[in-house]
Design a protein around this ligand. Sequence first.
Ligand code: AMP
Ligand code: MG
Length: 390
Amino acid sequence: MISFDEAFRIVLENTGQTAAEDIALGDCLGRVLAADVASDMDMPPHDLSAMDGFACRQADLDAGLTEIETIPAGYMPQKAVAGGRCSRIMTGAVVPKGADIVVMFEHTEARDGLVYVVKKSGRTNIRRKAEDARAGDMVLAAGTVLRPVEIAVLASVGCDPATVYAMPRVGVVATGDELIEPRQKPTAAKIRNSNSYQLCAQIQRAGCIPKYFGIAKDTPEAIDVILAAAIEQCDVVIFSGGVSVGDYDFVPQILSDNGIDIKFAKVKIKPGRPTVFGTKGNKYFFGLPGNPVSTFVLFEVLVRPFLVKLMGADYRPARIRGRLAKDVIKRKADRSEFRPVKLEADGAVNFFAYHGSAHIHAYTHANGIVQIPAGVGKLNAGSDVEVTLI
Ligand code: AMP
Ligand code: MG
């Protein structure tokens, strides 16, 4: 059995990248740039006013100024500003020749048809040509995840459409004769399939396209048929359940029978020991244990980093350091363990008592996961822990 770190390394080492595609900027949120982007112009393109005010010369601030024109944003100035003159100028308008300062309206007074400066702020209120970027400067690097601010930068340099990596299509297959769908009322011995809906939501949140393939019965034939459909339509297939050592756990065997190279089938972690990862060309396969908490946690700590890499980015989860509120005891220290926690506003980290990996309800109160490494049996109150936000 391999360690979690080893499993993580094996997964990322075997992860390729989806193809690049051109996507309209309006649909690029959360996508990953597949090429560097350079500015196609100086930004700003001219000296621009940062205020509504009067453009004039710093040398002239002590005497009354004669107004010579009004410069709205979006129009070139028609007149140069010479000694004793000023132009009314709006925010974002081009600063006229001769002017080296914009005095905001609030710092001026009109008297006898002239403009007087009544307060000197020491600021020029001019955004200099090319102070943000020069034409040809790289403004965003390949591999950047596009958040709203990056979308703004792409728009400002005319990068529409943008070249980004394709969103992985991720198939989800539930296994288990006990499963029925959420809208059905369970009869004897049945439970509702929650994992598939959880996984589809996690996949969507990771910026990928989920595709649900239904519930496979616990027979080799049923798993084989669904696998065939999922391989054809998806880049990644995630099974939940059927990966352990029970009499009806056929997933690893069927993956092997289909020529999928199983890289590992057991990991020293809690929850989720029987976790499977395999590849076949540029297709990827995960088998996650069926308990809802195991499925949830394994997706967050192993599948999500994989998907981020598949989309061409580095995995940088939101992690915050906090202080343990109470001692935490781990009954067995041999496995790396992931536990649900609540990180409070003051930085205190509270662990939840939860009764095992079927108890997904406990996770509704958690806002993070803490990993207790293998070999560590106790964490002391007051010590620093790293919380991965979920
Ligand atoms: P398995 O990994 O197939 O041995 O399943 C472990 C536990 O998780 C069993 O109690 C299953 O009933 C439960 N389980 C498996 N698949 C699901 C699912 N899709 N939704 C909810 N619970 C599940
Ligand atoms: Mg099962």
